[in-house]
Design a protein around this ligand. Structure first.
Ligand code: FES
Ligand code: FES
Length: 197
């Protein structure tokens, strides 16, 4: 599983008025973060995941719930520029974060080059995994550009020696946390390759 997770050193402000009458700790907190460049200011249940808040509270249903256990990648979004499984992140811990979902990848009517490549390569069938594949691949581009090695990167390659070339083997490994039940993998790899050339 190659999906990275952002630091978890922040939390929202407890809503003092939402505790139990007997003085128990509050169960909801106010959090403020940005989603696709827009501010989001809401009070969330401490148990709510980022995925559920995006879908249920903010109406951003592009990120999909597949397994809800961090195993399929359908819920992948970018948090502070790093890809993350939003089903594993507590929304209350995202105070101050910059979140990008599939709805924020395009620039207005202009698709992100990777979205266009997926169309050109017919890199999906049902499409359920596609938003996660796209967000994960965008995060992967940044990781490779920063020189982060993967499991298949030549271990003899000196660390910090510039970008890692995204060969088909690197793409497959780095996207291995994103499952496609339709088996569109060959076309997904081809689409990602198109953008890296
Ligand atoms: S729904 Fe999050 S990894 Fe499957
Ligand atoms: S296109 Fe159907 S799960 Fe990937």
């Amino acid at each position: 599983m190659s999906t990275a997770h952002p630091p978890q050193d922040r939390a929202g402000t407890p809503d003092a008025g939402d505790g139990h009458p007997d003085g128990a700790a509050p169960t909801r907190s106010r959090v403020t973060f940005r989603v696709n460049g827009e501010p989001a200011d809401l009070t969330v249940d401490h148990r709510a995941t980022l995925l559920d808040v995006l879908r249920e509270d903010l109406g951003l249903t592009g990120a999909k719930k597949g397994c809800d256990h961090g195993q399929c990648g359908a819920c992948t979004v970018l948090v502070d520029g790093r890809r993350a499984n939003s089903c594993l992140l507590l929304a209350v811990a995202q105070d101050g974060a910059e979140v990008i979902t599939i709805e924020g990848l395009a620039a207005g009517d202009e698709l992100h080059p990777l979205q266009q490549a997926f169309l050109d390569r017919d890199a999906f069938q049902c499409g359920y995994c596609t938003s996660g594949q796209l967000c994960s691949a965008v995060g992967m581009f940044a990781e490779a550009a920063a020189g982060h090695p993967s499991h298949v990167t030549d271990p003899a390659r000196p660390a910090g020696r510039g970008p890692v070339e995204l060969t088909p083997a690197e793409i497959r490994e780095r996207l291995s946390g994103n499952l496609c039940r339709c088996g569109a993998y060959p076309h997904i790899v081809a689409a990602v390759e198109d953008v890296t050339r």
